[in-house]
Write a protein that binds this ligand. Sequence first.
Ligand code: BES
Ligand code: ZN
Ligand code: ZN
Length: 477
Amino acid sequence: MIYVDNSKKCDFNIVFILKEEDNLPSHISSIFRGEYLESIPVISGKDIPVLYVGLGEEVKFTITRIKEAVAFGIKQLKKYKITSASLDISMFLDKCGAECISEIVLGIKLGLYEFKGYSTSKSSGECHVYLQGYSGDEVKLTHEVNHGINLAQGVILARDLVNTPANMLTPHIMAEKIRELLKEVNVQVEVYDEKYIMDTGMEAFHTVGRSSGNPPRLIVMRYLNDPLSGEITALVGKGVTCDTGGYCLKSSNSMAGIKGDMGGGAAVAGAVYALAKNNIKANVVGIIPACENRIANDSYIPGDVIGSMSGKTIEILNTDAEGRLILADAVTYAIKKENASKIIDIATLTGSVVNALGFSTAGLLTNNDKFFCDFKNAYKKSGELYWRLPINDEYRNMIKSTIADVKNMGKSHCGTITAALFIESFVEDRPWIHLDIAGTAWVEPPLYEYQSPGATGAGVTSMYYLFAEKQERKISL
Ligand code: BES
Ligand code: ZN
Ligand code: ZN
């Protein structure tokens, strides 16, 4: 729980210190330099114990550093088994004003995050954090805190879905969970079954999904909260609840992360939740093609040619390149049935992106500089890292098939680009951004203090800020 309460007397206090700070008592400054993520607990006489957390040099200070330093401080509470503490936010308010509130709240909520899991032994209890050191309007501050909590809940929703094992999150269960989670917000959730998927011509999606006894679902979340704008943005997230590779079976080593192959879909659900909960003015339709990629006697195999909702034919070269197949039909569905004017797709799509960019940075490809610019502003605000990769005809030629319109993989090189360009061939020239989060959706071990081992909720905050940033409330606190 997070409270806004200057007067609450706590047993423990967390204070953040820049490296340049010269007001610390000498017995502390002699052993604590304020380096980034350095900390020291100080217990002196009858005073409340204080945990000093270093923020590093002022020139390197960013709002992402606020999020990480807060998460770091909060994690120390757990270490000391402290369940209630005050957090002195005066220094953040001085430096960044109201903008820092959501970062502080994300730092607290994500720093405390643990997947509940299925262990029968008891998990740790709740932690109470009191924000202190503000001088402005308490009501406005509380309002900002609630906004931050809603965004953090969106990230947590995505993390929980991704951390859930595949046997407990079939496409049907995923759909019902999302329906349940979005019940409290102004979002129309519709779930379509395998018959609808087949009847509307989504042959590429259906071909992947039919390989399992757990049939596919198309999950659609309509959040239409800007009636005067004709613009509708589709957020299309890959929802492969388990990816065995199909007949191109993965090796047992690379099967460890197969339950996390719906990270894109989970991010879409989390972003839609946060947008709606914070009543952001936008028209957004979240679309998740959810299915399993398994083996059955009628599964698709390499060499097959299949159709798609767009009418294009696809030659299958590898059944493990299933994500682009289901996304292709979901993108066509977004255009034809939901009138999407812009499209973002997000997916744990390629191993190549991990080879190229590791676990901190996701791959991004787009056909539109203006849309990219808007999204770049959003991800700068969220602190997530993306790297734009090039598009040209050399790469487009790599996925041309001799017996169909397109094939589902190129040769062994530039796999992230060819996967994206496969999807590009279905966007019908709409402004489009493709996010490959195969590296960033899952971290073991974590890279940042606001992560925990496993799902990260990658993409939620950047997609949220794409719409929320424009309406940033400039308030003074
Ligand atoms: N879901 C995987 C991609 C992936 C790899 C996600 C590692 C997370 C971590 C995707 O469906 C896949 O298997 N892609 C293949 C494509 C290839 C066969 C063209 C890959 O990247 O190896
Ligand atoms: Zn695969
Ligand atoms: Zn996959």
